[in-house]
Design a protein around this ligand. Structure first.
Ligand code: SF4
Length: 316
């Protein structure tokens, strides 16, 4: 069992992705109202060697020695990865020893104006910063940043990183009804996106309950409307499949997606829920259907029940 690595999990966006978590649980520059990891326990913008570099390196070496190389190694987890002052060292270690493994960094973007952070991330293949609001009042209400991070510095940092970064910069915008979905919000977001000029944009919304129970996800129509404010940019909607119609065609698509996913590597129901953006309950319903059709089988391992394709079946 690793302390700093998690997965690998198959991801539609990244292929087989191994997670690297470089900060202790809920160490973050933000305390987002929708955070799936719960309340931030250490709200800070101080960079530090929050976990020992040598221990991370040992785990990475152990993983490489005992598993096939993943497609991506992705810095994410339950906090802000750029808070770790050794992130650049870890990225360089990966790139110098396994140049074929691509490196992704999922970040809230709040430290991207820092010159050292910029240098640290320069060799990553993909950086996915989030931007939820471009009006100060919405930013404060959604992201609840620590003292010392204000809207203008934050956006300026994103823009300066984007101007210097030579690889794929995918801006993720999280739409939260009642928090950042007025016309004023979208007009301002549209302007700021042009200032940042990312390679592409992903629009996302709530998938699981946040720490405030009244939060609700944006509907597909809301996301389509939001998309119109980012004309000229490659904008993808990462809509939760649970908002799609619950008809037979949808169910068949989901079963096919499950089969395609576990064909590459056995997964638990929770892995599948995370990869396919679906609730565990609905994944389990589809798994039950596939089991009764004799398409899949399960094996119990340390991390729980893993589902795999039944040997004498192929994905159609
Ligand atoms: S930036 Fe990410 S980890 Fe930090 S509070 Fe927001 S959602 Fe949670």
């Amino acid at each position: 069992m690793y302390k700093y690595l998690f997965g690998p999990v198959p991801s539609r966006r990244l292929g087989m992705s191994l997670g690297v978590d470089l900060v202790p649980y809920k160490t973050c520059t933000f305390d987002c109202v929708y955070c799936e990891s719960g309340k931030t326990t250490l709200l800070t913008r101080e960079r530090d060697a929050y976990v020992p570099f040598n221990e991370v390196k040992e785990e990475i070496d152990h993983f490489w020695a005992h598993h096939p190389d993943p497609d991506f190694m992705t810095f994410s987890g339950s906090g802000e990865p750029t808070l770790n002052s050794d992130i650049g060292r870890v990225i360089r270690y990966i790139k110098s020893n396994r140049p074929d493994i691509r490196v992704a960094v999922l970040t809230n973007g709040s430290l991207l104006g820092d010159e050292q952070v910029q240098q640290d991330l320069m060799t990553a293949d993909l950086v996915v910063p989030s931007l939820d609001a471009a009006l100060a009042k919405s930013f404060t209400r959604i992201n609840r940043p620590c003292d010392g991070i204000d809207m203008d510095t934050y956006i300026g940092g994103l823009a300066s990183f984007s101007a210097a970064y030579p690889h794929d910069l995918c801006l993720e915008i999280f739409i939260l009804p009642g928090y950042n979905d007025t016309s004023e919000d979208f007009v301002r977001l549209g302007k700021v996106v042009r200032q940042i000029n990312p390679s592409r944009i992903q629009l996302n919304t709530l998938d699981r309950p946040g720490i405030i129970k009244s939060l609700r996800p944006a509907m597909p129509d809301d996301l389509e409307k939001a998309k119109t404010y980012f004309k000229g940019y490659d904008t993808q909607i990462i809509a939760s499949v649970k908002d799609q119609p619950n008809d037979k065609a949808f169910r068949k698509d989901m079963e096919t997606a499950i089969l395609e996913t576990i064909l590459r590597r056995p997964c638990t129901a929770a892995d599948l829920a995370s990869v396919l953006g679906e609730t565990v309950e609905r994944i389990e319903t589809c798994l039950a259907g596939l089991r009764s059709a004799d398409r899949i089988e399960s094996v119990v391992q340390d991390r729980g029940k893993f589902y795999q394709i039944k040997k004498d079946h192929e994905v159609t």
